[in-house]
Design a protein around this ligand. Sequence first.
Ligand code: C5P
Length: 239
Amino acid sequence: SQKKEMLYEGKAKQVFATDNPNEVVVRFKDDATAFNAQKKGQVDLKGEMNNAITTLIFEYLNEKGIKTHFIKQLDEREQLVKKVSIIPLEMVVRNYSAGSMAQRLGVEEGIKSPVTIFDICYKKDELGDPLINDHHAVFLGAATYEELDEMYELTSDINEILIDLFDKINIILVDFKIELGKTSDGEIILADEISPDTCRLWDKDTMKKLDKDRFRRDLGEVTEAYVEIYNRLKNLLQK
Ligand code: C5P
């Protein structure tokens, strides 16, 4: 299908219309932002790596029965996906303490949680995507309680599959964020991306961070981390 006008430009991706009203093209950029876009930069190869990593992970999830927006990879930076309306909630899952939760609760990073922790954040740039609860989400009209139940269940299923997948490449899935979308017939499916931009990924032996925290915290070797995750996934998954 033919790529047409740009519909949307976000911090790390652009979305283009196609000649099919039910499909859009997502283009992954090298731009990186953190702390609500107060920190900005470029990470060489990031767009290509996140496109390739998201492709491998979404194909894997599809095989495991998770419905996603992914249709096919088009080239190094682009993929064709089903058009959805994004539900304005970031679904965050935490298996270990880290990041904003470690800060908020005053605990160190890297404590394994006995339970799976779910956070939801309201997608609203002007507010810096605040942490909210289910009642706020219903108040805002972002989802109904029934939809939230379905969304937590889907997010939990995805977490189980991803913990196992990353374990196979010697990586601890510390936490991650996903976005869900609604298709034209009202079905809730996985959208957006799953990549080192949206996950915390620690090497099991060395505990080295192989994710966007290297950019956020100026740890260096950012591109190398994304390439490392891609190579491990590719070696495991590519037929
Ligand atoms: O910052 P925080 O600790 O809440 O992030 C939890 C997880 O969600 C991390 O893996 C982070 O990369 C991801 N995240 C994201 N996009 C955001 C906020 C968090 O992908 N806007």
